[in-house]
Design a protein around this ligand. Structure first.
Ligand code: PLP
Length: 470
């Protein structure tokens, strides 16, 4: 068969890969374990459209309304809307449904690219807050509450504030203080909780954004709960948000033929969450504790398990290996796929779809890697570019200006015409309209040589970059 995508995916399925990456259903294993195989096996037959009895996502009155209402009850929102184009479209809908053109929004600099894209689409001005960084791991540690409060004071004309909570790496902070202060200053609070749809499943996990008073919360259900890739939710609470405008914006952004397969998978994820979620999470957290305990014996491995214990960062520096090399090693030699690698280590995303055997395999693999592949090679430090580049033009203005391509080492000091986004985690180091700095270019070229992928830039070889013709 010439079906190249199917052939490759079939091969991966047949190898019985151990998954520490998203989606949260872990290659469907959780459905089999919980007795949903028959539904999932036949789900292609449910790929339908708006016909009699199937309701309509864009004006739900029947089965979709019922399922969304159940989700709202389960996730403790006032209203919940299903999304079929990931949190990306939820973020776009929230930002553009709340801010009008020329409005200002405060956002953490390490926001997902969809936040800046929303500013381009909606002609909205972002005001950035610098996050913290852990120098040992190059992990961005989210915002400092005091910095956020200062930024609110400095930007009292902002319509809203958007923060990422938890971060990709599972780091959280006192969101309630931010929410209370923003509300005092008449600002709406949007939370990108793309990595936290599972938080409500245990008191041992950080509080959810809704519990801490956020007005709009966007969750990638597919990342940390068992639903299909691209299926997400947006939750609203309180009366600060104009739900009509939000709904209209979502209708503008999302497909007019929303996938019933994705919506059915959200229905299923809500069912699992409500009926079995807490027990499965308890089991997962116990497995993680045991994993961490056993890993302590391996003196070549340092482990960082942050506020959200389902995210585990494993440092590879004492193995004399970059995270990029460890990721490849685990996949090629042990059939284990992790979520992402950076220069210093790898990130595991563990969900209620993971079983004890997955953790046992990882322990054995790491012990074998230590015996066979560790070396005395020193992994030098690479500084993450922490300075926010100077803004010459707003992102939208820069997007529509004429551009030309120049050699990357001749671009320093020029206005950037595209993005530079290490992927994953998809956080922009340079955005359209910002002055290109040596700090960013040096970092990206160095890390790219070590194995980091860069997206947002047309020349993936990183020889040329587009600049704005001024
Ligand atoms: C922090 C953050 N927000 C939003 C998104 C977008 O989510 P989705 O893939 O569901 O569109 C991502 C994706 O990786 C993310 O990391």
């Amino acid at each position: 068969m010439k079906t190249s995508i199917i052939n490759q995916l079939k091969e991966i399925v047949e190898t019985d890969l151990t998954s520490f990456h998203m989606p949260g259903h872990k290659l469907g294993k959780v459905y089999d374990k919980l007795g949903y195989s028959d539904i999932v096996k036949n789900i292609y037959k449910m790929d339908t459209t708006e016909i009699s009895g199937t309701d309509n996502l864009h004006s739900p009155e029947g089965i979709i309304k019922e399922s969304q209402e159940r989700a709202s009850k389960v996730f403790k929102s006032d209203s919940t809307y299903y999304l079929v184009n990931g949190s990306t479209c939820g973020i776009q809908g929230a930002i553009m449904g709340i801010c009008s053109p020329k409005d200002k929004i405060i956002v953490n600099r390490d926001c997902h690219q969809s936040v800046i894209n929303s500013c381009i689409l909606g002609d909205i001005e972002p005001a950035y807050i610098l996050p913290k960084i852990n120098k040992e791991t190059n992990i961005l540690e989210g915002v400092e509450v005091e910095e956020v409060l200062k930024s609110i004071d400095k930007n009292l004309d902002a319509k809203a504030i958007l923060v990422t909570y938890p971060t990709y790496y599972g780091i959280t902070y006192d969101l309630k203080r931010i929410v209370d202060y923003a509300h005092e200053k008449k600002m709406l609070v949007i939370v990108d909780e793309a990595h936290g749809s599972h938080l409500g499943l245990s008191d041992k996990l950080p509080k959810t954004a809704l519990e801490q008073g956020a007005d709009v919360v966007i969750q990638s259900t597919h990342k940390t709960l068992p639903s299909f890739t691209q299926s997400s939710m947006i939750h609203v609470q309180g009366n600060r948000v104009d739900k009509n405008k939000l709904g209209t914006m979502l209708r503008i952004i999302e497909s007019s033929s929303p996938s019933y397969i994705l919506m059915a998978s959200l229905d299923l994820a809500v069912d699992i969450y409500e009926i079995k979620g807490k027990d499965l999470m308890e089991e997962l957290l116990n497995n993680i504790d045991e994993f961490k305990y056993k890993l302590k014996e391996n003196k070549h491995i340092d482990i960082f398990n942050e506020n959200d214990k389902t995210k585990i960062f494993i440092s590879s520096t004492k193995l004399g290996m970059t995270g990029y090399d460890l990721e490849i090693n685990l996949r090629e030699n042990y059939n284990i796929q992790v979520e992402l690698a950076n220069y210093y280590g790898i990130l595991l995303i563990c969900t209620i779809g993971n079983e004890r055997v997955d953790f046992d395999k990882m322990i054995d693999a790491l012990s074998d890697v230590t015996d066979k592949h560790s070396s005395d090679k020193v992994i030098n430090h690479i500084d993450y570019p922490m300075n926010i580049p100077e803004k010459a033009l707003g992102p939208r203005e820069a997007f529509y200006k004429p551009k030309k391509s120049v050699k990357i080492d001749e671009s320093i000091g020029k206005i950037c015409g595209e993005y530079i986004i290490p992927y994953p985690p998809g956080i922009s180091l340079l955005s359209p309209g910002e002055i290109i700095t040596k700090e960013v270019i040096d970092y990206v070229l160095l890390c790219n040589k070590e194995g980091m992928t860069v997206s947002g830039i047309k020349d993936s070889n990183l020889e040329f970059i587009e600049i704005v013709i001024d």
